[in-house]
Design a protein around this ligand. Structure first.
Ligand code: ADP
Ligand code: MG
Length: 682
C-alpha cells in the first residue's frame, strides 16, 4: 500500500538543522499490524506524520497506491486523511469539552453526512464495543482507558483503510493497554494498522511486521510487500453549514467573557467614530442653520485702495478711499437686493463709551441696520422683547452678548450717547453737539458665539438726521457739507456702506473672496463674513484634528480585537490540529475561526449604531447646555456625501475591514505555523 523511497526529514533549528529521518526506504502491505519501534526521539512520530500527510518529507517520495503523496493537492490530502486514514494518539487528541458521541461523529460530519445517517452508525459502533454507557458523557470526565477507546471508535467510524496509532497505550495501565492492543490487533485483520511504540514487549507480542528506527535511520526493515489498487477518486464532500456554525457557536460561547470584552471595546471604538462623523456633519449644518436663524443682516463696506507714489522713494502710500458710483455699480451689478449708501456711521463710532441708566459702559459696537424694523423677516431671531415699527433713532436692538455683558435685563432701558463734532470749511467753523437717547426694545439672537456685544440702530434715521442738521456758520446742511469733502478731508468717508439680506449675502461673500484672490484695489469687508468664515475654520480645525485621534483609536481597537482573537486562536491550536488530522476542509476550518472576528466586529458595529443615536443626543444636549449651540452632534444616518445610509454602510464596511486586519490575517499567519506540534505527544 505504501512505498517509501529515500525519505528524509530535516527540522531547521535556530542554531543547527536536525535530521529527524534520513534515507528511509521500505514498503508496507495493505493489511496487518506494522509496528514502528525505536527509542524516544528516533523519528517514529515524524515518520507517522509523513505517512499521514500531516507533515511533508524534506526529501524522498512516498507512494501511496501508485500515487505520490507529495503530488496530492490540498483537497486530496484532506480527503486522504478523512476517507483513508485514521489516528489514535497517546494523549487521545479528543475534543475534551464535547461528548463521546460528538467526538466519534466528527469524521462523518466533516464528510458531510446527515445527522440521521450518522446517529445509527455511531450508536451501533458504541454497542459493538460494549461502551454504550459512555455515549453522552463529556470526554473530559472519562478515564484514560475510556478516552482511548473513544479515540479508537473515532478512528473506526469512517471505515478507514489505514489506522495510524502513535503510542496508543503510552498513557494507559496494563489492563487498558491489553484491551486497546487486542482491539488494534482485531482491526488489523481487515486494514493496515501502523503502530508506533517504544514498548518492545507489546511489539513482540502483537506486531506482524516490525520496523526499527534509531536516530532517524532504519535498522530493521520489513520484507518488501506487494501493493495493489488505484487510489480511489475522492467523493465530493461538503461539510454542512449547520455543523460549521454549531461548531463555531460552541467555540464562541465557550469564550464568552473574552468575546464580550472584545465587543465592548469594539463598540466604544465604532461609537466614537460615529460621534466624530456626527460632530463633523452636525457642525456643518449648525453653521448653515445659525446663519439663517440669526438676525442675518448684511452690512458690508466697500472701499478702494489707492496707491500714491512717494517722490524720490521706492515706497508708495496706500490709502483707502470711497469708490465712485460708476465703480461700485460695475462691481455690484450681479449682486441681488443690495443697497449702497454713503458712510456716515462714524457719527456712532464703534467702541464708543456710552452710559446706561447713568453708568458708563465701554467697548460696545454700534452697528447700523438698513431696516431696523426688519419688516418681512421672521421674528425668530428675537430672543426677547420687540422690534421697532419704523426707522427711528429713538429705538435700538441689542444682541445677546450685550445682554450678557451688562448682566441685567436691558429691555426698556435707555442708552445715552453723546458725540461732539466740529466741522470746518475755510475759516468757518460749526460746533455740533449730538445727544442720542435710544430705548432698548429687544434682544436678538445673532449669528452665534463669536460675536461681540452690539447695539443695532437705524441707518436711514441717522441719514435723515444728518440731512436735517443745519450748519449756521458754514451754511447748508451737514449732508451737503459731507458730500463736498475731498479725499484729503478728515470728514471724508473711506468707504461705501452696503446693505443686503440673505439673498445678497452669499453673492457678496463670493465677490469679496474673488476680489481678495485677484488682489484687486477694491476691498469688501463685513463682520458677517469674518464670523462665518472663522466659525467654518474653527469647525474644520476641530474636525481635522479629530481625524488623527479617531485613527489612533481605530488602530487601538484593531489591536485589541486582533490580540483577543489571536489569543483565542492560540488556545484552539489543539482543536485546529485535531480537525486538520481528521481531514477537515481548509475552508471549513477558516469558516470556524475566521467567523469569530467578523461576528465580534459586526456585533460591535451594530451595537455602536444602536447606541449612537441616544449617545449623540446626550452629547448634543450637553454641548447645548455648555456652548449654547443645539444639535451640534447630528449623525446623518439617512444620507451623507449624497450616499443613502452612508454612515451605516461605511461602518459595516469598516467593521469588516477591521475583522480582516485584526482577525483573519493573524490567523492565516498562525495556522501555517506548526499546528502539527499540537498533535505530538511529547
Ligand atoms: P519519536 O516520536 O520517535 O520520539 P519524533 O519523531 O517526535 O521522535 O522526533 C524525532 C526528532 O525530531 C527529535 O530529535 C525531535 O527533537 C525532532 N523534532 C520533532 N519535531 C520537531 C520540530 N517541530 N522541530 C524541530 N525538531 C523536531
Ligand atoms: Mg513520538
Amino acid at each position: 500500500m505504501f512505498e517509501l523511497r529515500e525519505i528524509g526529514k530535516c527540522y531547521h533549528g535556530k542554531s543547527s538543522d536536525c535530521w529527524a529521518l534520513k534515507g528511509i526506504s521500505f514498503s508496507l502491505p495493505s493489511k496487518g499490524l506494522v509496528a514502528i519501534q525505536g527509542k524516544s526521539g528516533s523519528g517514529k512520530s515524524t515518520l507517522l506524520n509523513i505517512l499521514s500527510t500531516i507533515e511533508s518529507p524534506t526529501e524522498g517520495t512516498v507512494i501511496f497506491n501508485g500515487k505520490e503523496l507529495s503530488k496530492f493537492t490540498q483537497r486530496e490530502k484532506e480527503d486522504y486523511r478523512n476517507l483513508w486514514c485514521s489516528f489514535v494518539y497517546q494523549h487521545f487528541n479528543l475534543l475534551e469539552d464535547q461528548t463521546s458521541y460528538e467526538n466519534v461523529a466528527l469524521p462523518l460530519e466533516l464528510r458531510g453526512e446527515k445527522e440521521k445517517e450518522i446517529h445509527p452508525k455511531v450508536v451501533s459502533l458504541f454497542a459493538i464495543h460494549h461502551i454504550s454507557h459512555l455515549l453522552h458523557k463529556k470526554v473530559r470526565l472519562l478515564s484514560g482507558g475510556e478516552k482511548q477507546r473513544i479515540a479508537i471508535l473515532r478512528a473506526l467510524i469512517s471505515g478507514p483503510k489505514i489506522l495510524f496509532a502513535d503510542e496508543p497505550t503510552g498513557a494507559l495501565d496494563r489492563r487498558n493497554e491489553r484491551l486497546v492492543m487486542e482491539e488494534l490487533k482485531e482491526i488489523s485483520k481487515k486494514i493496515l494498522v501502523v503502530l508506533v511504540s517504544h514498548n518492545e514487549r507489546l511489539v513482540k507480542e502483537y506486531a506482524d511486521i516490525t520496523l526499527l528506527l534509531e536516530e532517524g535511520r532504519l535498522i530493521q526493515a520489513p520484507p518488501s510487500s506487494e501493493f495493489s489498487g488505484k487510489i480511489q477518486k475522492a467523493t465530493e464532500r461538503h461539510c454542512p453549514f449547520s455543523w460549521r456554525s454549531r461548531f463555531f457557536c460552541r467555540n464562541y460561547k465557550k469564550n464568552w467573557l473574552k468575546n464580550l470584552l472584545s465587543i465592548f471595546s469594539g463598540t466604544l471604538g465604532y461609537l466614537s467614530l460615529l460621534i466624530g462623523l456626527g460632530f463633523y456633519a452636525g457642525s456643518e449644518s449648525t453653521l448653515e442653520r445659525e446663519k439663517s436663524h440669526s438676525l442675518n443682516y448684511l452690512q458690508a463696506s466697500l472701499s478702494k485702495q489707492v496707491h500714491y507714489e512717494i517722490e524720490g522713494s521706492p515706497l508708495s502710500l496706500v490709502k483707502s478711499e470711497k469708490p465712485t458710483l460708476e465703480e461700485t455699480d460695475a462691481l455690484l451689478k450681479d449682486i441681488p437686493s443690495i443697497h449702497q449708501e454713503e458712510d456716515y456711521s462714524y457719527f456712532f463710532p464703534s467702541y464708543h463709551s456710552f452710559s446706561l441708566n447713568g453708568f458708563p459702559y465701554e467697548a460696545m459696537n454700534f452697528v447700523p441696520l438698513w431696516d431696523i424694523s426688519l419688516n418681512d423677516r421672521s421674528h425668530s431671531f428675537l430672543v426677547e422683547g420687540d422690534v421697532p415699527k419704523g426707522n427711528s433713532l429713538d429705538y435700538c436692538l441689542v444682541n445677546q452678548e450685550f445682554a450678557d455683558k451688562i448682566e441685567e435685563n436691558p429691555i426698556g432701558r435707555k442708552i445715552v450717547l453723546r458725540n461732539d463734532v466740529s466741522v470746518q470749511e475755510g475759516d468757518k467753523i460749526d460746533h455740533l453737539s449730538f445727544s442720542f437717547s435710544f430705548l432698548i426694545l429687544g434682544i436678538v439672537k445673532e449669528f452665534s458665539f463669536l460675536n461681540s456685544p452690539k447695539i443695532f440702530y437705524s441707518y436711514p434715521a441717522l441719514k435723515g438726521l444728518i440731512e436735517r442738521e443745519e450748519l449756521p456758520n458754514i451754511g447748508g446742511n451737514l449732508e451737503s457739507f459731507l458730500k463736498r469733502q475731498t479725499n484729503d478731508s478728515p470728514y471724508h468717508s473711506y468707504a461705501s456702506l452696503l446693505y443686503g439680506d440673505e439673498r445678497s449675502m452669499e453673492a457678496l461673500n463670493d465677490l469679496a473672496n474673488a476680489l481678495e484672490k485677484d488682489s484687486s484695489d477694491f476691498v469688501i469687508s463685513s463682520s458677517a463674513f469674518t464670523i462665518s468664515s472663522s466659525f467654518r475654520n474653527l469647525y474644520q480645525a476641530f474636525a481635522g484634528s479629530l481625524a488623527p485621534f479617531l485613527l489612533i483609536e481605530m488602530i487601538g481597537v484593531a489591536f485589541i480585537l486582533g490580540s483577543l482573537s489571536y489569543s483565542t486562536f492560540l488556545e484552539r491550536r489543539k482543536q485546529t490540529a485535531i480537525l486538520m488530522a481528521l481531514g477537515a476542509r481548509k475552508n471549513d476550518l477558516e469558516f470556524i475561526y475566521e467567523s469569530e472576528p467578523f461576528l465580534t466586529s459586526g456585533l460591535s458595529a451594530i451595537l455602536a449604531l444602536a447606541l449612537s443615536y441616544p449617545s449623540s443626543l446626550l452629547a448634543s444636549l450637553y454641548l447645548e447646555k455648555e456652548v449654547g449651540i443645539a444639535h451640534l452632534i447630528t449623525i446623518p444616518y439617512w444620507r451623507y456625501f449624497g450616499i443613502p445610509f452612508f454612515p451605516i454602510f461605511a461602518l459595516l464596511l469598516f467593521a469588516a475591514l477591521i475583522a480582516v486586519f485584526s482577525g483573519v490575517l493573524p490567523l492565516h499567519v498562525a495556522r501555517r505555523r506548526n499546528v502539527v506540534e499540537e498533535l505530538r505527544d511529547e
